[in-house]
Structures are given as C-alpha cells and as structure tokens.
Design a protein around this ligand. Structure first.
Ligand code: NAP
Length: 284
C-alpha cells in the first residue's frame, strides 16, 4: 500500500487552495488543477500545476474534488473519464447534498473508482491552519490511503458509515451554522432598531454559556463591515437549499431554515452574494 499517496486536487478556490498547500506541507506529492488557472498558479511553489484535468489525474492515487457544486464536480470528473487508474480513490469534499452525493457516487461506479464522501467543517482560516474537521464515509479499504490527506487538512476525522452519511451530517452541521449566523444578525438588528448600540449585545453575552467564538467573530465582522469571504453568501444559500431539500425528503418540519433562506436570498438579490455570509446583516 502507498504510504504517501500522490494527490490530485481539482479546484483550488478558498478551501481547495488551502487544503492543497497543507497536503503538500505534509510531504505528499500534490498536483493541482483549477478552471481559472491563475488560482492554481498560486500553488506552484508547493505543487505541480496541471494544465488540464487529465494531466492532473493521470497516475494519481487520490483525486480530491473541492468544487462549487454537484454540476461542477460531475463536469470536471467527466473530463477524467478513461484516464483514472482502476481503484483510484475519489475523495469528494465539496458540499453537494444528498441527491448530489448519490449522483456522484453513481458516477464513481461508472468511472470504476472508489468513492469517499468527505465534506468538511470549518472555513477559510481552519482550512489554512490544517484544522478542518473531516466527516468521512467510505469503504474500509480506502481509509489507510486517505488518512494521510485527512491528517494534513484537518485536526480530526469523524468516520460515519460507508455510504454518504457524511454528507447528511454536513447538512445537519451547516443547518446549525446558518441558524447561528442569521440569529447573530437578527439580535444585532434588533438592538439597533431598539435604539441601542448593537455592540452592547456582543458585550452582554460575552463569556456566557450562550456565547461562542463564532458569535463574537461574525458579530464583529457584521458591525465593522468586514465581508472578505471566508464562505460566500451565495454558497450559504446553496447549502440552505440542500438542507431544505433533505428535510423535505425526510419529512422534517424545519421552522427556522425557510426564514433563514428568505434573508440570505434577500441579501444575495441585493448583490451581496460574493461577500462573506455575514453580509446577510447588510439587508437587516
Ligand atoms: P470558491 O473559492 O468559490 O471555489 C469554488 C471552486 O469551484 C473554484 O475552484 C471554481 O473555479 C470551481 N468551479 C465552480 N464552478 C465550476 C465549474 N462549472 N467547472 C469547474 N470548476 C468550477 O469556493 P469554496 O468556498 O472554496 O467552496 C468550495 C466547496 O467547499 C463548496 O462546495 C463549498 O460549499 C464547500 N465548503 C466551503 C467552505 C467555506 O467556508 N468556504 C467550508 C466547507 C465547505 P474558478 O476558480 O475557475 O471559479
């Protein structure tokens, strides 16, 4: 068994770029490809920059996808058809939802590769720090090969089954993140509209059981207008739609998520989709 798998990283955006850098820093050979070449070029000091998907995947032990959505992932993996070694492990880390992960798992069968569903928790800074939490589902024989990658990008791996249970858990966790974020925006807006300095809310809850580093950091970003994206608002809206689809199929009556969707969509429609998700506050 390969102890240092060669990893092809397809998609070097905010998350994929940081993950590729940490995989290389852990001593694994890395090839990177990105649709807009300039983002892949930023990694040329640590990785081999491939001019095409084919060039990136040829001979790779692990193909890691960190692309925007199901359509992007499927389109890119189709370009690799007939050029993946049999038994290559496809490490699918983008957030694609239940239908998306089922579709991609079926594409993996068609491509005769081993599918590992491995979305991550954490955003730009944890990705840069190699401190993501990896949620992983896949066949036991793939685990030794992908573990060095998980150790490089994350502080912890949580294995949850062999199918696509990890994607389910990712949706559960993202439902919490979206609820929290919108809750912070609403309390700040309520404070402002009640004639209070909104910062008073953050000071009031500071250090209490209901506080969290997230409350303070996103709350301060909202108040200071710092919306450099860690995760774009349009991505948060994409994920809320994946959560609502999952809940609909499961028959779960979610009260908060439709309301969160309404506010995220309002801010996206106002032109804030490329800003950090904290920019939902701009339309409150
Ligand atoms: P990002 O910086 O916008 O990167 C998106 C990547 O997808 C880029 O490489 C982009 O290529 C590529 N892409 C988009 N459409 C494509 C297409 N049709 N064909 C080929 N490539 C395409 O986004 P990100 O924040 O890194 O997110 C990547 C994935 O991670 C998403 O599924 C997201 O939900 C998930 N995620 C994000 C975070 C976070 O906090 N940021 C956390 C956990 C999970 P170009 O550079 O050419 O546009």
């Amino acid at each position: 068994m390969t102890t240092k798998p060669t990893v092809a990283v397809l998609g070097t955006g905010i998350m994929g770029g940081a993950m590729a850098r940490n995989i290389a820093a852990a001593g694994l050979p890395v090839r990177v490809w990105n649709r807009s070449r300039e983002k892949a070029d930023l990694l040329k000091d640590v990785a081999e920059v491939a001019g095409s998907v084919l060039e990136a995947v040829q001979g790779a032990d692990v193909v890691l996808t960190m692309l925007w959505d199901t359509a992007a992932v499927a389109g890119v993996m189709e370009q690799a058809r007939n050029h993946l070694a049999e038994r290559t492990v496809w490490l699918q880390q983008s957030t694609v939802g239940i239908e998306g992960s089922a579709r991609l798992a079926s594409l993996a069968e068609d491509l005769v590769v081993i599918y590992v569903d491995a979305p991550v928790l954490g955003t730009r800074q944890p990705a840069e720090d190699g401190a993501l939490v990896v949620l992983a589902s896949g066949p036991p024989q793939a685990r030794p090969l992908v573990q060095p990658v998980f150790d490089a990008i994350g502080s912890r791996t949580q294995w949850v089954g062999e199918k696509q249970e990890a994607t389910r858990l990712k949706l559960v966790a993202n439902a919490w993140v979206a609820t929290c974020l919108e809750g912070i925006a609403e309390s700040l807006a309520l404070a402002r509209d009640l004639g209070l300095e909104p910062m008073l809310f953050l000071e009031a809850v500071r250090g209490l059981a209901v506080d969290a580093p997230y409350v303070q950091s996103k709350g301060r970003a909202m108040l200071s207008g710092s919306f450099e994206p860690s995760f774009a608002l349009s991505g948060a809206l994409k994920d809320v739609d994946l959560i609502l689809d999952a809940a609909r199929q499961a028959g779960t009556d979610l009260a908060l998520m439709p309301a969160v969707r309404k506010h995220f969509a309002r801010a996206v429609d106002a032109g804030h989709g490329d800003l950090d998700m904290a920019a939902t506050y701009l339309e409150h």
